[in-house]
Write a protein that binds this ligand. Structure first.
Ligand SMILES: [Zn+2]
Length: 264
């Protein structure tokens, strides 16, 4: 698959002798987690994986060269059972996903590395990534960090409705791919669905509120889209991905230098 990770920041491009020579106690490894799942009629299955790779690749290109930071190959298969029933969705169970992260953490710790970032761009993985960040810290003593989505992008011009409920294959994800992989976007297949309305406050919401209902995509979005891609532009995708990459580069540097304290 296409990658934006610079070769000199790509862990999988190293030989074992080069890994052996790294300052492993200081090195920060970034493990991307994403998905291969339906993204409507207009975006490819790998959308979450491509966006992760785009943002991380741009961020690593900005990171100071004296910081030893490497991207690991991504865990492309995620917990995507909300999208089952749409051909092409390849999902693993929560147990499998966590077992893969646990085993990779064991290998990383056994090799003498101490710092690991879990960078996730698929919502269905989020709670599992939080669990595993703590479990890897507890079991292997790894200094673990979590990073989600695209911090630093202001998404100017995106409506409140789309910001709140443009969960999946909507304006933001479509803009990223129009910028990064335009030949993989099919604008003649745009469709729109919303799981809820911001102008219609309800007691129960799909997520992020005190009381939530569990949802499956097929319950509310026949095309598989949650959001509205029609306003997406490549220009916005480029600007937002550059903004996000700049912030992610800052965050990675902060993680690299992080020393836990006991408060002031
Ligand atoms: Zn997505």
């Amino acid at each position: 698959m296409k990658t934006w990770i610079p070769d000199e920041r790509n862990f999988a491009c190293l030989t074992w002798k080069q890994v052996d020579a790294l300052a492993r106690a200081e090195t920060l490894l970034v493990l991307p987690t994403a998905a291969i799942e339906q993204h409507g009629h207009h975006l490819p299955l790998a959308t979450d994986t491509l966006i992760n790779n785009l943002l991380l690749g741009k961020a690593l290109a900005l990171a100071p060269s004296d910081l030893s930071i490497y991207a690991l190959p991504p865990v492309c298969y995620g917990k995507s059972n909300e999208h089952l029933g749409f051909p092409g969705t390849l999902s693993v169970s929560a147990q499998t996903f966590m077992a893969v992260l646990r085993d990779l953490g064991a290998s990383i710790a056994a090799a003498g590395f101490q710092k690991l970032v879990l960078y996730n761009t698929h919502g269905g993985n989020t709670s599992l990534v939080d669990v595993m960040a703590r479990d890897l810290r507890a079991e292997f003593g790894l200094r673990t960090f979590t990073l989600f989505g695209c911090p630093g992008a202001a998404f100017e011009g995106v409506s409140a409705q789309e910001r709140t409920y443009g969960f999946h294959a909507g304006e933001i994800e479509t803009a990223f791919l129009l910028h990064a992989t335009p030949t993989l976007v099919h604008p003649d297949g745009y469709t729109a669905n919303y799981i809820a309305r911001v102008d219609k406050p309800e007691l129960l919401k799909p997520e992020g509120s005190p009381a939530n209902f569990a949802w499956l995509t097929r319950d509310i979005a026949p095309s598989g889209v949650m959001g509205d891609p029609t306003a997406a532009t490549a220009e916005n995708g480029e600007r937002w991905s550059n903004d996000a990459a700049a912030r992610i580069a800052e965050i990675l540097a902060a993680m690299y230098h992080f020393k836990p304290g006991h408060g002031a």
